[in-house]
Design a protein around this ligand. Structure first.
Ligand SMILES: [Zn+2]
Length: 138
């Protein structure tokens, strides 16, 4: 993901993404958000949901909220993998929803897409990005 998009997510959700400042032996977050730019809107929506859940826990006096943080965000097998240090059932549900959405969202531009085999890599792309890719490899 482009650095400016990534840094905006870090700035807007500092609690969720605080591990990006850790060393690489402690978390995968220092690698950054390893997906295409097309998934930024769905990652942002997921971040909003998780942050709302953190706020609820905080308000209810549940001390676990402090342990909730993303420990790695990447694309694997054409879907979003969003790993948490600690997740409640509600957070896990939100992550599963985002994963499902990523399987039909073009990772390059965010349009409706489907999973295709591009040069041996499974990637979720739309028709337009797929055509562009084919044109560039011919
Ligand atoms: Zn696309």
């Amino acid at each position: 993901m482009r650095k400016d998009l990534q840094n905006a997510l870090y700035a807007d959700f500092p609690q969720l993404y605080r591990e990006h400042k850790l060393s690489m032996d402690k978390s995968s977050m220092p690698w950054g958000i390893c997906t295409g730019d097309g998934w930024e809107p769905l990652i942002r929506r997921l971040s909003e949901k998780i942050t709302a859940i953190i706020e609820q826990l905080k308000a209810s006096g549940d001390e676990d909220w402090e342990k909730i943080a993303a420990s790695g965000v990447k694309e694997k097998y054409a879907e979003l993998r969003f790993h948490m240090r600690l997740a409640t059932e509600e957070i896990q549900e939100a992550i599963d929803e985002a994963k499902e959405e990523s399987q039909r969202t073009c990772e390059t531009c965010g349009a409706a897409g489907s999973i295709r085999d591009i040069g041996g890599w499974y990637t979720c792309v739309c028709n337009l990005c797929n055509a562009e890719h084919e044109a560039s490899t011919d």
